[in-house]
Design a protein around this ligand. Structure first.
Ligand code: GLN
Length: 253
């Protein structure tokens, strides 16, 4: 039986807005296809053997929690970087996204990140809080979620996860959201992201399965009518709002 091992990093500190629901989604969508997930939570300070992991989840947290996590990142930096460069699959959400970068500068502190992505984040007093809809070149179906962050993330030459159609995204101004790098998706979308966007879940599962079992692994489709309806409901609800960049989003049914 095919099996993926999922490392949940620092759930004691980084778990805002149900980010751990993403793990349940990975697990169920594997199980529904006759595969298995082993989930290993790594509490802050615990040793992490990245060579045993197929998927890593780094969730969101408050500035204070991120500052605490920062102390543990130095110990894992080199192994985590090697995992990413070896095409390890990562989903990093909000605070976790920021911590993959070089730093997050708040009004009080400079929080040093992992430096795996060449990005920086700077805090501004007005929080960016909103439902969000984006179109990612990875998928035909839009990606929907919820964002709540004080940090503005500057992604330099990195490829964004998607273009914002409704909502605010990386800086509230750039029109883009998140970063995609190798098999890493780093994004501000809480929510949890994956149950709302099963296509994103399957994309990450497929990458992890192919890395482990070979490039010819395919995922059989699941009956996702309800999930697609929920996704489309959000897309259509925001498709004519004023924050939308109108040019290309399609209405989905
Ligand atoms: N503390 C960070 C910020 O406010 C991340 C917040 C989050 O993970 N939701 O930008």
């Amino acid at each position: 039986m095919k099996k993926l091992t999922i490392g949940h990093l620092y759930p004691d500190l980084l778990n805002l807005y149900g980010d751990r629901g993403n793990i349940q989604c990975f697990r169920k969508r594997l199980e529904w296809r006759g595969m298995e997930a082993e989930v290993i939570p790594f509490l802050s300070g615990e040793k992490i053997d990245f060579t045993k992991l197929d998927i890593v989840l780094l969730g969101g947290g408050s500035d204070r929690e991120q500052e605490l996590v920062c102390g543990f990142l130095k110990e894992i930096r080199d192994d985590f970087r090697e995992y990413v460069e070896n095409d390890g699959v990562v989903l990093a959400v909000c605070g976790g996204y920021q911590l993959l970068g070089k730093y997050y500068k708040t009004d009080k502190k400079m929080i040093e990140g992992l430096g795996i992505l060449d990005i920086t984040t700077e805090w501004e007093p007005e929080r960016l809080i909103r439902n969000i809809v984006l179109q990612s070149p990875l998928f035909e179906r839009p990606v929907v979620g919820f964002e709540n962050h004080g940090g503005r993330t500057y992604i330099g030459d990195h490829t964004p996860f998607g273009k914002v159609f409704y909502g605010l995204g990386n800086t509230g101004k750039s029109g883009y959201e998140g970063v995609v790098y190798k098999n890493v998706i780093a994004t501000y979308l809480h929510g949890p992201l994956l149950p709302k966007n099963p296509h994103v879940c399957d994309h990450l599962l497929k990458r992890a399965l192919q890395r482990k079992y070979g490039a010819d692994v395919e995922l059989e489709p699941l009956p996702d009518e309800l999930e697609h309806k929920a996704n489309s409901y959000i897309v259509n609800r925001y498709s004519d709002r004023k924050y939308i960049l109108k040019e290309t989003i399609k209405r989905h049914t």
